[in-house]
Design a protein around this ligand. Structure first.
Ligand SMILES: [Zn+2]
Length: 258
């Protein structure tokens, strides 16, 4: 058994037994880690107040390779995200980031993915008017870090430059108008959406991100990118937080779903 120390984000907390919790982390050094916080729900537990989402923590835990669930020893809060905002939208957008981190990444430790998530939540805390831009950029960069950078410039079949594009959901490809001929129009990206994605793909977190070109009531770009990631990772998964986001944006219509 060894003692490990790393920075971490909490992905989810599950009640365990009468007073304990099992905490799922995305850690900087060791990727996804599940650890039991014994007695965490007791009044005098040292873990109380620390097992909340949207914080960057430093954790110390006992590690045994034969165990699926490790034992949490100590936890310290380094930074809270969204603390200055009373805007509940932060929590909804932030939840998509955490669920994507949980479900759309491999079990391989990846420091860059951890840093991307921290940068995204940080940006969302500081720019509550650019939550969508930050989420879309996060998904684009997550694809890139996973080795699946999306080509937003040329058609995946004929390689000609694209003015507008169509998302072929069966193969998770962006295609030009000609190559996408039999595809339904509902999966189209117009020129302003393409420019928005290109701008986000090439910008860094230090700059002001562009705002989404027009209001989309179905979060199409987010859905497309989540679909793209699940396809590339060959996963059969679904982000519940994205459904909540779409419902929040528009409780009535849910068209154009990849
Ligand atoms: Zn083409």
């Amino acid at each position: 058994m060894s003692i490990l120390k790393t920075r971490a984000l909490i992905l989810k907390v599950i009640h365990f037994g009468d007073s304990s919790s099992v905490v799922h982390f995305y850690t900087e050094k060791h990727g996804k880690v599940a650890a039991i916080a014994k007695g965490a729900r007791r009044l005098k537990s040292p873990f109380r107040g620390y097992l909340e989402l949207f914080a960057c923590l430093e954790i110390i835990y006992y590690y045994k390779p034969t165990r699926d669930i490790q034992t949490l020893s100590k936890i310290e809060k380094l930074q809270t995200f969204g603390a200055d905002t009373t805007d509940w939208q932060f929590a909804i957008y932030g939840s998509v980031v955490l669920e994507a981190l949980d479900k759309l990444t491999t079990h391989q430790p990846d420091k860059a993915v951890f840093q991307l998530a921290v940068a995204t939540l940080n940006y969302m805390s500081q720019h509550p008017n650019l939550l969508r831009s930050a989420l879309v950029k996060f998904l684009l960069q997550l694809a890139e870090l996973s080795g699946y950078r999306i080509d937003l410039w040329s058609c995946a079949i004929c390689h000609r430059a694209m003015e507008q594009s169509f998302f072929d959901e069966a193969r998770a490809l962006l295609l030009c108008t000609d190559c996408s001929h039999p595809l339904p129009k509902r999966l189209s990206l117009d020129n302003s959406e393409l420019q928005f994605l290109r701008h986000l793909q090439n910008s860094d977190w230090e700059t002001t991100l562009p705002a989404a070109p027009h209001f989309q009531e179905n979060a199409f770009l987010e859905q497309m990118l989540v679909h793209y990631l699940t396809y590339q990772h060959d996963l059969n998964t679904h982000l519940k937080s994205l459904d909540i986001l779409i419902n929040m944006i528009n409780p009535h219509t849910q068209e154009k779903q990849p």
